[in-house]
Design a protein around this ligand. Structure first.
Ligand code: 5GP
Ligand code: ZN
Length: 145
C-alpha cells in the first residue's frame, strides 16, 4: 500500500513535485497528464488519498465526480477540433492502474485516428438471458443493506 508520503499524486497535491494545474479547490486537483494521450489529457484527483474506487464513500464520490462536468466542458472549449471525450478511471493493476492514488482521466477526442484506443470484447453470443440474470442476482445480493 502506498503511503501519502511516498505517493506521487499526494506530492503533486502538496506541490512537492511540479504539475501543470488546470483547476484546484478544496476537494480536487486537476492537472495535465504527463503522457498527453491526446492534447489536453487531464487527470482529476481527490485531495484525500484514496487508492481506488473501492476506497470511496458516497460523499467523497459525490464531491469528486461533481467537479467533472465543468472541467470536461472547459477542456472541450479550448479547441473546436475536440469532438468528444473519454472519461476513464482505472482500478487495479489488471485494469491498467499504475498510480495508486485514485484519478479520473479526461481524454479529449479529436478523431478515430487520434492516439487513444479502447477495446470492449463482444461476448453477447456466450450469455443467455438466464446467465445474465444469474450474474445480476449475485451483484444485487451484495447491494442489499
Ligand atoms: P493509470 O495508468 O494509473 O490510470 O494512469 C496514471 C497516469 O498518471 C498515466 O497516464 C501517467 O502518464 C500519469 N502520470 C504518472 N506520473 C505522473 C507525473 O508525475 N505527473 C503527471 N502529470 N502525470 C503522471
Ligand atoms: Zn496519494
Amino acid at each position: 500500500m502506498t503511503s501519502t508520503t511516498d505517493c506521487i499524486f499526494c506530492k503533486i497535491i502538496r506541490n512537492e513535485i511540479p504539475s501543470t494545474v488546470v483547476y484546484e479547490d478544496d476537494v480536487v486537483k486537476a492537472f495535465l497528464d504527463i503522457s498527453q494521450a491526446t492534447p489536453g489529457h487531464t487527470l482529476v484527483i481527490p485531495k484525500q488519498h484514496v487508492a481506488d474506487i473501492f476506497e470511496y464513500d458516497a460523499d467523497l464520490a459525490a464531491a469528486v465526480f461533481s467537479r467533472i462536468p465543468k472541467i470536461a466542458k472547459a477542456i472541450k472549449a479550448i479547441d473546436p477540433a475536440i469532438k468528444g471525450m473519454n472519461i476513464l478511471n482505472n482500478n487495479g493493476e489488471v485494469a491498467y492502474q499504475s498510480v495508486f492514488h485514485s484519478h479520473i482521466h479526461l481524454i479529449p477526442r479529436y478523431s478515430d485516428t487520434d492516439d487513444f484506443k479502447i477495446h470492449f470484447g463482444d461476448h453477447t453470443d456466450q450469455y443467455t438471458p438466464e446467465k445474465l440474470t444469474q450474474i445480476a442476482d449475485q451483484i444485487k445480493a451484495q447491494l442489499k443493506d
